[in-house]
Design a protein around this ligand. Structure first.
Ligand SMILES: Cc1ncc(C[n+]2csc(CCOP(=O)(O)OP(=O)(O)O)c2C)c(N)n1
Ligand SMILES: [Mg+2]
Length: 393
């Protein structure tokens, strides 16, 4: 069940976003007001189970058996991700990484969605999915290697069923769709999860991928983290229609969820995965969240967004929200909290140590990595380069 807002401002439930034009009339679109961040007033409200104040919404249509064990696992994943992210940010500021793209604020969207998959499911990330990588088992060194300029990707995708980061916006959506076509052809029991940002939806590749996925009916879920900014471009400048509705227009089963509510994200992604695994049409999840830091460490977001907006989103922090709920349930034992803090401290120390221990790249690998099999001319170029380099020794 999804909440939609009609042109007259009233709200109504609808079973599917795909048919809203026939049942409910046009949604508020062109005549809406833009907030500075780009969220338009009058657009639908996302599904939510855990409210920003840490209480459960009793009227929520999200169905999930919430246990202490589940909450502790999700909270631990989010806290470790935040700690690694902060340490990597510090390392960049100290000149140890070339660049870092922070996932702060987006931990619930990432942890909730990846925890809803099976380890055998294949994941195609964008470039900010560090929490996803941690949950899939990447070591800090593997996560940092690319950003220290030591490799094109720090991990073997086949070891974690996690593709390498894609920095060219939207390309991973097509890679994921192509991979999912293979899954379908081989009748493998796998679901593909492709992450993308709000800005990436403006790439033609993403529209092609959504369309292909539906036409070929492949087992894929596109997970869009709408963090409301694409560098300095607000989402209001990207689209005239809520992103999940655009996906529904392609024929996907689209869900809109509060991306800072880890429980709701987990529940809706798990439902999508179950549906897709049993042959349903491809899924699309739009998770409304917020990029708390700059786009990257090369960006100064104070140039284009208000401090008040950032402060408003701080109040919707995904970790604070879950912890408040757990404490009210007596599910956050102080000993558990102490252990977790120790674990996070250890992860921070490991992250620093792993960064310093990363081997410098071999310049010759630039030639070796150009093609799968090195050709004669490339080998000759590599050997000429080696001779040149060695002439300085
Ligand atoms: C094809 C392409 N065009 C432009 C860029 C430059 N670029 C890098 S990130 C970015 C913004 C992406 O925003 P979004 O998809 O919302 O993801 P977010 O960074 O917010 O996670 C842009 C324009 C790029 N990497 N690739
Ligand atoms: Mg974005």
């Amino acid at each position: 069940m999804l909440q939609a807002t009609r042109r007259d401002g009233t709200s109504g439930h609808q079973q599917s976003l795909g048919d809203h034009r026939h049942k409910d009339g046009a949604l508020v679109e062109t005549a809406t007001v833009f907030s500075r961040s780009g969220t338009r007033t009058g657009w639908p409200e996302p599904l939510r189970l855990l409210r920003p104040d840490g209480t459960i919404d009793p009227g929520s249509p999200v169905r999930l058996e919430v246990t202490g064990e589940l909450c502790r696992q999700l909270y631990r994943d989010m806290l470790l991700a935040r700690r690694l992210d902060q340490e990597a940010y510090n390392l960049q500021r100290q000149g140890e990484l070339g660049l870092w793209l922070s996932c702060q604020g987006q931990e619930a969207a990432q942890v909730g969605s990846i925890r809803a998959t099976r380890e055998t499911d294949w994941v195609f990330p964008s470039y900010r999915e560090h929490a996803v990588g941690l949950v899939r088992g990447l070591s800090p060194g593997e996560l940092l290697s690319q950003w220290r300029g030591c490799s094109h990707s720090g991990w073997d995708p086949t070891k974690y069923n996690l593709h390498m980061y894609s920095l060219v916006l939207g390309t991973q959506a097509l890679h994921a769709t192509g991979y999912a076509m293979g899954v379908r052809a081989e009748r493998a029991d796998e679901v593909v999860l492709a992450y993308l940002g709000d800005g990436a939806t403006s790439q033609g590749d993403v529209s092609e991928a959504l369309n292909w996925a539906v036409i070929a009916n492949v087992p894929i879920i596109f997970f869009c983290q709408n963090n409301q900014w694409a560098i300095s471009t607000p989402v209001s400048a990207q689209t005239g229609t809520p992103l999940h509705q655009r996906a529904a227009g392609f024929g996907l089963d689209a869900t809109y969820v509060d991306g800072n509510d880890v429980l709701a994200v987990y529940a809706v992604t798990r439902d999508q995965a179950d549906r897709v695994r049993s042959g349903g049409v491809p899924g699309f999840v739009e998770a409304l969240t917020y990029r708390m830091a700059g786009h990257s460490t090369s960006d100064d977001p104070r140039r284009y967004r208000d401090a008040a907006e950032v402060e408003a989103w701080q109040l919707r922090d995904p970790l604070t929200r879950l912890l408040a709920y757990m404490e009210a349930q007596d599910w956050a034992d102080p000993r558990w909290g102490d252990q977790l803090r120790d674990e996070a401290d250890q992860l921070a120390a490991d992250t620093r140590a792993a960064c310093f221990a990363l081997p410098p790249p071999l310049l010759e690998d630039t030639f070796r990595n150009t093609l799968v099999t090195e050709t004669g001319p490339l080998r000759a170029e590599r050997e000429r380069f080696t001779a040149y380099r060695e002439s300085f020794l």
